[in-house]
Write a protein that binds this ligand. Structure first.
Ligand code: SAM
Length: 322
């Protein structure tokens, strides 16, 4: 297992309240002093790079609400060994920040959009912000944060209608973007029940009914979990990330660093390692490096199937970082 990818949640705060992630009324935020500082993140990324990490993705919560995020991108892009810094964002603030992020060294962005219908978007996210997000998508393409990927989670009763799914997939017809459908993963009692999940096989059927058969393509990120296709005569691609209906633990190349400084070797396993405690008690680089190397060495022990609480643990997507 070549662990070369680190996802960092830079905040658990978000400017949206998606029903499947951090719904309105159900959130405890972490105190500011518990969140890793930029200096701590920068130091850790330097050490992770010594352990083979080459790609870093900033996520959250919403990474663009963290003050000075472009400055963090700049610091991380300059770390020796780091080949790529990218972000996953809901795109609400992207139109005004895309150029600054690109100039700071961000390579590309994933933008989460679950509905292209304004009312449907508001029902899922709690806010009427679709126009800003669409502006953000166009700005990201314009400044070259490419390839732009759109992430859509389909949730029963919210955006699972054929017309809603077709409208999302249609972005890949007209724009040079990859629209990726991510299977809903139940994360706790505050979000949607497990029965809200729609398998990607069904999503694909709806897309093919509207646009014709999809043909397989290799689209860049071959070491990620997405499988890519193309609709006839399209500018972009369509991807499926089927975390529930398939298992990709064997090829998982990633670690996660939570906003409160825990390393998670597997999204689905409750296991985490408190690296912030070590940083704040003054651990030296040698001790930290040994700690990171041990986690990487043992990563394959932590998978969806052998997580202690069964297949799916309760967890908070916005503090772990999705
Ligand atoms: N705020 C940013 C955003 O919206 O992209 C970054 C954080 S968000 C937690 C990262 C990704 O996780 C998003 O693409 C989101 O759709 C996905 N996500 C959140 N909760 C999920 C869930 N329960 N199942 C599947 N994907 C989920």
């Amino acid at each position: 297992m070549n662990v070369n990818y680190l996802r960092i949640s830079v905040t658990d705060r978000c400017n949206l309240r998606c029903v499947y992630c951090n719904p309105l009324g159900g959130c405890d935020f972490i105190g500011h002093e518990e969140i890793l500082t930029f200096e701590e993140i920068h130091r850790l990324v330097g050490l992770f790079a010594e352990c083979g990490i080459r790609k870093v993705r900033l996520t959250g919560g919403e990474p663009l609400v963290r003050k000075g995020i472009a400055q963090l991108v700049r610091q991380l892009a300059a770390v020796s060994g780091v080949e790529e810094v990218s972000l996953t964002t809901n795109g609400v603030l992207l139109a005004q920040m895309a150029a600054e992020l690109k100039a700071a060294g961000a390579r590309r962005v994933n933008i989460s959009v679950d509905s292209m219908d304004r009312a449907g978007y508001e029902r899922i996210t709690g806010f009427d912000r679709l126009p800003s997000v669409v502006e953000g998508i166009h700005k990201a393409i314009e400044v070259g944060l490419a390839p732009v990927r759109i992430n859509s989670v389909i949730v029963k009763g919210f955006n699972d209608g054929p017309e809603q799914i077709a409208a999302l997939a249609a972005m890949s017809i007209h724009l040079p973007v990859a629209v990726r459908f991510i299977e809903y993963c139940p994360t706790g009692t505050q979000t949607r029940p497990a029965s809200s999940y729609i398998p990607n096989s069904e999503v694909r059927r709806m897309i093919e009914r509207e646009f014709g058969l999809l043909s397989p393509v290799l689209a860049g990120d071959i070491d990620g979990p997405a499988v890519y296709f193309k609709a006839p005569n399209s500018a972009g691609t369509i991807g499926f990330i089927s975390g529930r209906s398939s298992l990709f633990c064997q090829t998982c190349n990633r670690l996660r660093l939570t906003s409160d400084g825990k390393i998670r070797p597997c999204l689905y396993s409750a296991c985490s390692f408190d690296v912030k405690a070590m940083l704040r008690r003054g651990a030296g680089n040698e001790e930290l490096l040994a700690f990171l190397k041990a986690i990487i060495h043992e990563k394959s022990r932590y998978t969806r199937l052998n997580s202690p609480g069964g297949q799916f643990e309760q967890f908070s997507m916005q503090s772990i970082g999705g």
